[in-house]
Design a protein around this ligand. Structure first.
Ligand code: UTP
Length: 413
């Protein structure tokens, strides 16, 4: 232990992070061990470079952005049936798994607990998790299969999420047989001087590494291996906060299979040029998503000869991947973006800091940053009112109120 401690002290000195051991002597033995383990797992070079990047001016991207082709589900005409048959056959054969990303902090919603446990205010008081499970089970019955369900949690909400499912008897699923829970990765948070934050219990303050952590988490936690054992070839990955997410869609599957692409994503038409959503596009000829913060105004406004937005296919976090692609992407690190957030921590003098506003950086990878690694991606435009009812904010747009209304309209309840 002593030798271990000395090596760690040296590393911390090298990276000017000696304060991480300030509370060490006051911790009990098991916490001491945990702290040393945490420190050993930190890639200090990475954290340094991520912190330094926060100081740089936003780099102008030199990537060439061009529109991406898409299919409209409403206009598949003669092809509809063929896609449906191909997709249905694969679903019936058990080749599809569903993944729900539920590791986010849901800061905008402000619910006390994992976002999936949130009650959107329906008469039934179903939580988001129950809404999703209802739809997944119904689709399974339709195709005579049980679609295996994989739930990504974070260190912060894993225990509470599993307890919630256990309390609800996994909504009819069987743990470790057809429902699986796994944790995404984490990265330490740093203050405005690049110092790693300490939590109140003396351990390091880490935060989930963004929805882009999904690929690595699926591979590292043996989930793709499990999927292969179950005969899965296609993985639908969606968020926990879309009440109308359609995780099982034979048309999307059929398109991916027939077009021989390794991924297929769903889009809805951007409500207006200013809507704060990322849109599908090509960057340097490869599939991608351009964020609303990155797209120049004239590009956001540009329309085609039919008057439709050229960059109008909103990315709604509803994507289907071939398992080979997920495994490939899971072995390749994604770039991290920084977000300035509010974080309570213990400063180097041992005082608790409760900030009024953002005071620390969190580093996150974005799921769509991996799209450029795909050979090709099919995009399917679907109807917003049928497939997209996000719960992001406590009130106003994309709130429980708007989601509830969309849900009621769609299910006629
Ligand atoms: P959002 O980007 O909307 O984040 O996540 P959020 O955590 O739900 O909410 P805010 O931004 O803090 O208010 C979209 C989806 O990705 C998941 C979320 O759980 C949600 O389903 N996600 C996000 C993760 O699973 N892990 C992450 O690290 C981030």
């Amino acid at each position: 232990m002593e030798e271990n401690l000395e090596t760690i002290r040296k590393t911390l000195k090298k990276y000017s992070q000696e304060h991480l051991l300030n509370m060490y002597e006051k911790l009990d033995e098991s916490k001491q061990k945990q702290l040393l383990e945490q420190i050993k797992n930190i890639d200090f070079e990475l954290i340094n470079s991520l912190y330094n990047n926060t100081k740089k001016e936003l780099e102008i991207s030199h990537e060439e952005i061009t529109p991406i082709e898409f299919l409209d589900k409403e206009k598949l005409n003669g092809y509809y049936k063929g896609f449906q048959e191909t997709g249905e056959k694969a679903i019936r054969a058990g080749k599809l798994a569903a993944v729900t990303m539920a590791g986010g902090q849901g800061t905008r919603l402000g619910h006390n607990g994992p976002k999936g446990t949130f009650d959107i205010g329906l008469e039934s008081h179903k939580s988001l998790f129950e809404i999703l499970s209802d739809s997944l089970k119904e689709q399974g019955r339709k195709y005579d299969v049980i679609i295996p369900w994989f739930i990504m949690t974070s260190e912060e909400n894993n225990k509470e999420t599993i307890e919630f499912f256990a309390k609800h008897r996994y909504f009819g699923y069987e743990k470790d047989k057809n429902i699986f829970f796994f944790k995404q990765g984490e990265l330490p948070m740093v203050d405005t001087e690049g110092k790693i934050l300490i939590r109140e219990d003396g351990l390091i303050k880490e935060a989930a590494d963004g929805h882009g952590g999904i690929y690595e988490a699926l591979v590292k936690n043996g989930m793709t291996k499990k999927m292969r054992e179950l005969g899965v070839e296609w993985i639908f990955i969606g968020g926990v906060d879309n009440c109308l997410v359609k995780m099982v869609d034979p048309i999307l599957m059929g398109i991916a299979i027939q077009k021989q692409v390794t991924a297929a994503g769903k889009s809805v038409v951007k409500a207006n040029p200013q809507e704060k959503v990322g849109v599908f596009c090509k960057k340097n000829g490869r599939p991608s998503v351009v964020e609303y913060t990155e797209i120049p105004e004239e590009m956001a406004q540009a329309t085609d000869e039919r008057g439709e937005l050229i960059y109008g296919e909103s990315h709604i976090l509803c994507n289907l991947f071939n398992i080979n692609a997920v495994e490939r992407m899971g072995n390749k690190p994604l770039p991290y973006h920084s977000a300035f957030k509010k974080a309570t921590y213990i400063d180097k003098n041992g005082n608790k800091v409760i900030p009024d506003g953002p005071n620390a950086y969190k580093f996150e990878a974005f799921l769509f940053d991996a799209f450029g690694e795909l050979d090709d991606m099919a995009i399917l435009r679907v109807k917003r009112e049928e497939e997209f009812a996000p719960v992001k904010n406590a009130s106003g747009i994309d709130s429980p109120e708007t989601a509830r209304e969309l849900y009621r309209k769609f299910y006629q309840v």
